[in-house]
Design a protein around this ligand. Structure first.
Ligand code: GDP
Ligand code: CA
Length: 306
């Protein structure tokens, strides 16, 4: 069974790990968000693609939730001593990847090719594709002004309410090579339990990807990132309250109108299904460890008979 997963960073990566543990990893293609990408200390950083890559390779720090296990911070401390920018945390091990990517991008290689190179180098069988090779950047409008995604999320600790989002470059962005082909060949499409507004919306802002999902002939299942109406981590619940008017499964599904047939929701939300216009699949969705994420992935895969 061929599977495509649309995914943001940390939450999405956890789910993707579960998917490749219950399906043949070679049958899985992950399409990652690039709206969070940034240039910091002269380097090109793709935080969501890297979270997925590190999780797939087993290099991620499960306890911290982001970055690499066994990380050290010497380069950043050295930059701090020289009054360099340190608001965006880049560890020593992580830096190696950004150096290689930055050099490759500057020499003209597209992000999809650079990412495929990392996948090969790490011996992974799963496909990992950026949504687009074109420049696409998420901007956040707040009562305090408009900020780039990382300025709002990291530097300002996502404390400002969000009034609107803008995906710079999305109007003209093409899907990266392989994305539409993978969607076309898929038996199942999955939307990871990522933040609908800042992780999945930038992917769906690429018109060709949205069109491909709208015209799908196979099931498309989203997993809700909320449990009991609350985000496990991050601002998804606050954003849904303000932008969609609530945090019920129906509000989550409203982010994916016309794109999904089913929504996997937590048992804690089972009595809040009013107004949900897609099939609800109720299960435990907290990915506390390997077993929990495998069970969640199995449930999502279960919509397609084996
Ligand atoms: P980011 O790009 O690193 O911010 O990560 P994502 O957007 O992919 O994931 C963030 C979302 O994952 C948040 O809204 C969390 O609520 C959700 N999330 C994290 N862990 C879990 C979990 O164990 N279960 C569920 N259902 N959602 C989770
Ligand atoms: Ca992200």
């Amino acid at each position: 069974m061929k599977i495509v997963v649309l995914s943001g960073g940390v939450g999405g990566a956890r789910f993707v790990q579960g998917v490749v543990e219950v399906a043949d990893p070679a049958d899985v293609t992950v399409v990652g968000n690039v709206g969070d990408d940034l240039e910091v200390l002269g380097m090109c950083v793709s935080p969501d693609l890297d979270s997925i890559l590190y999780a797939l390779a087993g290099l991620n720090d499960e306890r911290r939730g982001w970055g690499r296990a066994g990380e050290t911070w010497n380069a950043l401390e050295s930059a701090a001593a020289l009054h360099g920018e340190t608001w965006f945390r880049l560890g020593d091990l992580d830096l190696g990847l950004h150096l290689v990517r930055t050099q490759a991008l500057r020499s003209g290689e597209p992000l999809s090719a650079v990412t495929a190179g990392f996948v090969r180098a790490l011996g992974l069988e799963t496909g990992l594709l950026p949504a687009t090779d074109d420049r696409l950047r998420t901007w956040i409008t707040t009562p305090e002004g408009e900020f780039t995604f990382q300025d709002w999320f990291v530097a300002r600790g996502h404390r400002d309410d969000v009034d609107a989002l803008r995906f710079e470059g999305a109007e003209t962005a093409s899907a990266a090579p392989g994305v539409l082909e993978a969607i076309d060949a898929a038996d199942l499409l999955l939307l990871a339990p990522s933040n609908p507004y800042v992780s999945l919306a930038p992917i769906l802002a690429v018109q060709a990807i949205r069109d491909a999902l709208e015209h799908r002939h196979v099931p498309c299942v989203a997993v809700s990132p909320l449990i009991g109406g609350r985000a496990v981590k991050g601002p998804a619940d606050r954003m849904l309250s303000r932008l969609a008017g609530g945090t019920s499964p129906a509000h989550v599904a409203s982010c994916y109108t016309g794109l999904i047939d089913s929504l996997v929701v937590d048992e804690a939300d089972a009595d809040a299904l009013d107004g949900l216009d897609v099939r609800a699949i109720v299960t435990r969705t907290l990915m506390t460890g390997a077993d929990a994420r495998r069970r969640l992935a199995e449930t999502a895969l279960g919509v397609v008979p084996a």
